[in-house]
Design a protein around this ligand. Structure first.
Ligand code: DX5
Ligand code: ZN
Length: 215
């Protein structure tokens, strides 16, 4: 099982993104997590294509794009063009989830499904074979720096069991309220990838914090 860390740019310094990307390049961060919010699916607006494009020129690390937007199918091609490697759509925002995941894979990206805290993992039973990654929200999406929802642990264990039974190799990613206090327990419960925003970017030593989250 992998132990990957994906720092979330939402908490980075937007006045000096280049410096933060350089720091991530030197760190043990595995992926760079990018939160795209439309102000409709979630009560916040973050950033869009130009920022992803700019980051793409400064790093070789995989860009893990988390779409918190309605009708994500309208933008799959565009996020591919600006450099997404992994593209995740919300279950709650996808009327035709199967089609969305197939489209993502057909462009050569890894396909991801995101579940809000209230959505049970069993809804993914018949779609896991189309899914490279399941992103479990451990806060309500929309903002960084929120408190971790403990129920996530039981969702990780249930999902781990489903993935192992179907042997699809799907990765489990956890997003929201991750810190050095819960990271190793999350990996032990069966998570493969942890997103961390505030824990990394509000740290006095982000490189060291990334190493601690991974250890
Ligand atoms: C929340 C985003 C998260 C956020 C996590 O909607 O999906 O990726 O950046 O931030 P922290 O780690 O601060 O909870
Ligand atoms: Zn996210």
């Amino acid at each position: 099982m992998s132990r990957l860390i994906a720092p979330s740019i939402l908490s980075a310094n937007f006045l000096n993104l280049e410096q933060d990307i350089k720091m991530l390049n030197e760190s043990q961060a595995d992926w760079i997590h990018l939160d795209i919010m439309d102000g409709v699916f979630v009560p916040n607006i973050s950033f869009g294509m130009p920022i992803i494009q700019a980051i793409r020129t400064q790093t070789k690390k995989p860009l893990d794009v988390h779409l918190m937007i309605i009708e994500p199918e309208r933008y799959i091609d565009t996020f591919h063009e600006v450099g997404a490697d992994i593209l995740s759509v919300h279950y709650e925002a996808s009327i035709h989830l199967h089609r969305n995941l197939q489209k993502i894979r057909s462009l050569g990206m890894k396909s991801g499904v995101v579940l809000n805290p209230h959505t049970p993992v069993h809804v993914l039973e018949d779609i896991l074979n189309e899914t490279d990654l399941v992103l479990l929200m451990s806060v309500n999406p929309g903002f960084g720096g929120q408190e971790f929802i403990p129920q996530t642990f039981s969702k990780i264990r249930k999902l781990r069991k489903m993935i192992d039974e179907q042997n699809t190799g799907t990765l489990i990613e956890v997003d929201g309220g991750v810190s050095t206090a819960n990271a190793s327990a999350l990996f032990e419960a069966g998570a493969d990838v942890l997103v961390a925003g505030n824990a990394v970017f509000k740290s006095n030593n982000p490189i060291e914090t990334i190493a601690q989250l991974k250890a």
